[in-house]
Design a protein around this ligand. Structure first.
Ligand SMILES: Nc1nc2c(ncn2[C@@H]2O[C@H](COP(=O)(O)OP(=O)(O)O)[C@@H](O)[C@H]2O)c(=O)[nH]1
Ligand SMILES: [Mg+2]
Length: 332
């Protein structure tokens, strides 16, 4: 990607829904090269205003629960209703394993060929720190390109759920049939994030187990305080494989949107997310500056060593480093 990129033209092409332009734009915001950052920000600032109300839907669930199968089926259901669907992935583990949740697009063979869908797998080797920013910015791009539903997929194993919950309107937790044991394995914190729980694989020999699991989860939800007054988390059944339960899930998503739009909490939630994002940017940028400042590195190394030996407290070491950093910032 050259530096003589015509940002205004690229922004306009994204706004027209040009898929190749959109793919290039997402590549630009994903780039970790410093000279691309200013271009990415100029691009985001130049995007035309959105025309349609968007839905941001987070989806999580343990590996193997059927996320890819579900997103393929649900995404196709939505495009069949005339909706335009973007699928993004957040996978902080990809830098370690070299893999990615969405994998190659052949994991969603039909949706990836659907002209009304845009699928973006996790870029390989992405760093944990940049994951949230990259996905949020990709979401701004796909919305500007006219995708009115964005699905953000994450894997149900760690911190990424919290990051994703903080960039979407609604959070869907996909579950497998299976009773109490399964329930034990789901972290309570993740259940508390969920606005909609879907027990997948409710088909064939698994129907009974899926029904049992659904009632277990309904009972568990009774012990959890709802996130907002406008909505109580629901439990639904689906078979992503057979395409069953998708219409009911879409209905629940729309009811959620209506309820949270009516009382203003959808927009209020997005505003609060944007404010938290601003603080995260400050935090990330400050840390990056501090850690990459060669003049500070001897002091940092010395304090780390002293803290490790127990010669000074971590807070005393931190204060020293911060004071030196602020003195330098003062002079520059
Ligand atoms: N019986 C049944 N199997 C399913 C269903 N959804 C997914 N699977 C199977 O479960 C396995 C894992 O699915 P996948 O979508 O890759 O799960 P992911 O790891 O959560 O993305 C695959 O073998 C799927 O065919 C379903 O609704 N019913
Ligand atoms: Mg998958």
């Amino acid at each position: 990607m050259g530096n003589n990129l015509d940002i205004a033209a690229l922004a306009a092409a994204v706004g027209r829904g040009d898929r190749r332009a959109l793919a290039r734009a997402v590549t630009l915001v994903e780039s970790t090269r410093p000279e691309h950052r200013a271009l990415a920000e100029a691009l985001l600032a130049a995007l035309p205003a959105k025309r349609t109300a968007s839905i941001r839907l987070g989806i999580t669930g343990a590996p193997g629960v059927g996320k890819s199968t579900f997103i393929e089926a649900f995404g196709r259901h939505l495009t069949s209703l005339g909706r335009r669907v973007a699928v993004l992935a957040v996978d902080p583990s990809s830098s370690r394993t070299g893999g990615s949740i969405l994998g190659d697009k052949t994991r969603m063979p039909l949706l990836s060929r659907d002209p009304n869908a845009f699928i973006r797998p996790t870029p390989a080797g992405s760093s944990q720190g940049g994951v949230a920013r990259r996905t949020r910015e990709a979401m701004m791009l796909v919305e500007a390109a006219g995708y009115d539903i964005t699905i953000v997929e994450t894997v149900g194993v760690g911190q990424s759920e919290y990051a994703v919950a903080d960039m979407v309107d609604m959070f869907l937790l996909l579950l497998a049939p299976g009773g109490g044991d399964e329930l034990q394995g789901i972290k309570r914190g993740i259940m508390e994030l969920a606005d909609l729980l879907v027990v997948n694989k409710a088909d064939g020999a698994l129907i009974g187990a899926a029904n049992n699991a659904a009632s277990d989860y309904r009972n568990a939800l009774n012990l959890i305080r709802p996130k907002t007054v406008a909505w109580r988390a629901q439990v639904l059944l689906a078979s992503a494989l057979l395409g069953e339960g998708l219409a009911e899930i879409w209905q629940a998503v729309q009811k959620f949107q209506t309820a949270l739009t009516a009382d203003g909490s959808k927009q209020a939630g997005r505003d609060a997310q944007a404010r938290r994002w601003l603080w995260e940017e400050i935090q990330d940028d400050l840390m990056a500056e501090l850690k990459s400042d060669p003049a500070l590195s001897p002091l940092i190394a010395a304090r780390l060593e002293q803290v490790g030996r127990g010669d000074i407290t971590p807070s005393a070491g931190a204060r020293d480093i911060l004071a030196a950093f602020l003195r330098r910032a003062d002079k520059s």
